[in-house]
Design a binder for this molecule. Structure first.
Ligand code: MGD
Ligand code: MGD
Ligand code: SF4
Ligand code: MO
Length: 727
């Protein structure tokens, strides 16, 4: 507990704004309290943070208000899901988990155990989890919700550039001549990045802003060109732009010759994407395609920004590579103001990538399929040769499948709420209900997932523990604790280390602070692209947020990657990909004639465990809804605010209709934020499907085919009444 102000990073989105947090009362002043009487720490933007320069959005500004509400305060246990939980001591809960883990490993092998983590874990927490599962237990069954989020970006960067890691930095937002925003509602989801870009756009008349999104989002509202493409037609558009740039000769021939490979394969593919054809497929005009290509060709520096409209797709990796192709074609990379810049979703999804927090990765941007990488870690972790498995572990969806078949017998969920956020929820819930043993380690109770757990472990959350997070531009911030954990909650790194010690790995998990964990972790990044051997908690506290690479010897970090135009591929060249558009995995058809897309609102964070408890945010977004185009509403006879039932091949959900021309015809949109604890039958993922990109294995959460049936209830009050009467 501190009585002076501290600096930290916002625990919500990947912009990673710096926050300054001060105690609920200055000496001699009244205590700042929330509506329930809890003292609330005061939060403001940290003017000295290099990424955000003092700015914050509503989520960051209100984050401290949810810390005390509905927390999980002590461990709880039950034998089966139909029993109530009973309070347990930490010793009892940890012994139970350790014994069960040992028994399952002995009887069925380590691959029968899984951990499902999150981009909201701190780097130290990720690291101890990798060391325990991938190192000591010898199973790569650690996957995280980044599988639903950034894995296509990771796969695309690796395929095109040879390594993961966004090459750009936020300063590029102030230097670009053209921002090409595709599949990102930056204004609502990365608001502080958007503010900075918008300022630059307003100040400089030559700067163009292009937005590619089937919805006219607040991001699209201010664009010079909004391409409202049909969902799933991004590759058509990107190849169409490539076609025109090639035809016009607006390409960087010397960059292509000296720094890239496979250009001719790409050139062959784009020949099949003339503007008329592309316009038809995308549902826009040929003029719009031409204008987009014109803006690319006329701009010295094009910066593309993308997020889930690109990644959450059955061809997510191909979408990322097709976008990077345009940067290679025009030499728009490795220089200020340009480059392909994925906007990271979660506050430490970048840290998760550094530390190997997906089932095919190992710490230090290493891969489980690379023998040398495995050896390096076996050596560093002092494990016997061959201890780390060469096979990728189970992805998020494979964990669900493993529960269905009985192959997964031990599931440990940390800092994610899969009973809301995974696709095809009926199937997910049935699989979770079958799990022989599930540990749910969360900060709040209840969450939708705690209903499926045998053991609940109370996690200390942001502000109650010290650890490190990395934001979208590779800036690492130390997030210091400013208060003690509620109840008996403990930091995640400590919980995982305690279990590791109880199953006999005491010498490898003798950490007594997260600073020690971090000190060990940075050593495994030595000479890797994400070298951060120069960092420590001490240095981060003294010097403030620092960008990687940051080796302990040699040069200080460059702001951008690939400024020498050499890429970490075998031949040092970036690689063009030849990708044809495959469209959606489940396109609309006569029976399910609409494409449903899903996404986020400005105030809410994911499954609402925090933002649903903040009055100001609840007032901003009181209930779920479904956006539908006026033309479609007319055809179906739907009035504004009338309730509709949305049906897919997998499930149903109900929403009040919001009739708006902001959504493309034939497409409907619902927010992802309402799990069953927050609204009755309004779960977006009751409808979605798990079909995934074959390379990144990221599911297509952005599109599935649905039918829409108007309901008799005309208002939300009427519906509330009917729900009450039926319950
Ligand atoms: N307010 C808020 N901010 C957040 C979060 C939050 O929960 N709330 N979560 C954070 C996380 S983890 C993430 S991953 C990011 C996500 O950030 P974003 O990806 O920006 O957010 P989404 O709303 O999921 O989706 C973005 C847009 O993709 C569009 N889209 C759908 N299908 C397609 C398509 O086929 N092509 C194209 N081009 N676009 C399509 C949707 O219409 C939507 O407007 O936000 C982060 N920031
Ligand atoms: N239909 C649809 N579904 C989607 C998406 C979409 O766009 N559309 N987006 C996907 C994406 S990109 C993402 S990132 C996921 C997000 O989905 P989730 O990860 O399921 O969402 P969160 O609500 O962020 O869940 C985080 C959980 O961690 C808990 N928590 C908070 N802090 C701590 C801590 O310090 N320690 C521990 N142990 N627990 C903590 C919170 O209480 C909460 O229960 O959703 C995915 N699902
Ligand atoms: S933009 Fe993201 S990181 Fe910044 S305050 Fe808002 S939620 Fe937090
Ligand atoms: Mo995400």
């Amino acid at each position: 507990m501190t009585d002076s102000s501290i600096k930290t990073q916002c625990p919500y989105c990947g912009v990673g704004c710096g926050l300054e947090v001060s105690p609920p009362a200055a000496p001699g002043k009244a205590v700042n309290r929330d509506s329930q009487g809890n003292p609330v720490w005061k939060v403001k933007g940290d003017r000295h943070h290099p990424s955000s320069q003092g700015m914050v959005c509503v989520k960051g500004a209100t984050v401290a208000e949810s810390i005390d509400r509905d927390r999980l305060r002590y461990p709880m246990l039950r034998e089966s899901l139909d029993q109530p939980f009973r309070r347990a001591s930490w010793d009892e809960a940890l012994d139970l988990i350790a014994n069960r883990l040992k028994t399952v490993c002995d009887e069925s092998g380590a691959n029968a155990t899984c951990m499902y983590g999150s981009g909201q874990m701190q780097t130290e927490e990720y690291y101890v989890a990798q060391k325990l599962l991938k190192g000591c237990l010898g199973t790569n069954n650690f996957d995280s919700n980044s599988r639903l989020c950034m894995s296509s970006a990771v796969a695309g960067y690796v395929q095109s550039l040879g390594s993961d890691g966004p090459p750009c930095c936020y300063e590029d937002l102030d230097l670009t001549d053209c921002a090409f925003i595709i599949g990102s509602n930056t204004a609502e989801c990365h608001p502080i990045v958007f503010n900075r870009l918008q300022k630059h756009h307003k100040r400089n008349h030559h700067v163009k802003l292009i937005v590619v999104d089937p919805r006219r989002t607040p991001t699209a509202e201010v664009a010079d060109l909004h391409l409202a493409i049909q969902p799933g037609t991004d590759i058509d558009l990107l190849n169409g732009i490539g076609y025109l740039l090639l035809q016009w000769g607006e390409i960087d021939r010397s960059f292509i010759d000296e720094c890239t490979s496979k250009f001719s394969d790409f050139a062959e593919v784009v020949q099949h994407y003339p503007p008329q054809e592309v316009a038809k497929r995308c549902g826009i005009s040929a003029k719009e395609v031409e204008l987009a290509a014109r803006y690319w060709s006329e701009s010295k520096r094009v910066l593309s920004l993308w997020s889930q409209g690109v990644n959450q797709s059955s061809e997510g990796t191909a979408k990322v590579c097709s976008l990077i192709n345009l940067h290679l074609l025009t030499g728009q990379i490795g220089k200020p103001g340009c480059g392909p810049f994925s906007l990271t979703g979660q506050p430490n999804a970048m840290g998760g990538r550094e530390v190997g927090g997906l089932a095919h990765l190992l710490p230090g941007y290493r891969s489980v399929s690379n023998a040398q990488h495995r050896q390096e870690l076996e050596h560093l972790w002092q494990l016997p040769p061959g201890q780390i498995s060469p096979s990728p572990g189970r992805t998020a969806w494979d964990i669900i499948r493993g529960l269905e078949t009985g192959e997964v017998q031990f599931l440990w969920v940390v800092a994610t709420n899969p009973a809301v956020s995974l696709p095809d929820l009926e199937r997910v819930k049935a699989a979770l209900a079958k799990s022989p043993f599930t540990v749910c380690q969360d900060a709040y109770y209840p969450t939708e997932t705690t209903a499926y757990a045998h053991v609940l472990l109370p996690a200390a959350q942001w502000g109650e523990k010290t650890g490190v997070m990395t934001n979208s531009e590779r800036v690492v911030t130390l997030c210091s604790a400013f208060r003690s954990p509620v109840g008996e909650a403990k930091p995640d790194w400590e919980i995982i280390s305690q279990v590791a010690r109880r199953i006999g790995f005491g010498n490898k998990f003798a950490f007594t602070s997260s600073a020690q964990v971090y000190a060990e972790y940075v050593q495994v990044t030595r000479d890797r692209p994400c070298d951060m051997t120069g960092l420590s908690h001490e240095r981060l506290l003294a010097d403030g947020p620092t960008q990687w690479p940051c080796p302990d010897r040699g040069n200080a970090s460059p702001k951008r990657l690939y400024t020498d135009l050499r890429f970490p591929t075998a031949d040092g060249r970036a690689k063009f990909s030849a990708c044809h558009s495959q469209g959606l995995a489940e396109p609309a058809d006569p029976e399910y004639p609409f494409v449903l897309t899903t996404g986020r609102l400005y105030g809410h964070w994911h499954t609402q465990t925090r933002t649903g408890r903040i009055d100001k945010i609840k007032q901003m977004h009181p209930e779920p809804f479904m956006e539908i185009h006026p033309r479609d509403a007319r055809t179906l006879g739907i009035e504004d605010n009338q309730w509709v039932e949305v049906r897919s091949r997998r499930g149903i959900a109900q929403f009040p209709a919001k009739i708006t021309s902001a959504i493309a015809p034939n497409t409907v949109f619902v927010p992802m934020h309402w799990g069953y604890l927050w609204a009755d039958k309004s779960e977006a993922n009751a409808l979605t499907h798990p079909k995934s990109c074959p390379h990144s294995l990221q599911p297509e959460l952005k599109a599935c085919a649905v039918q829409i049936v108007p309901l008799a209830v005309k208002s939300t009050d009427e519906r509330r009444l009917s729900v009450l009467q039926n319950s």
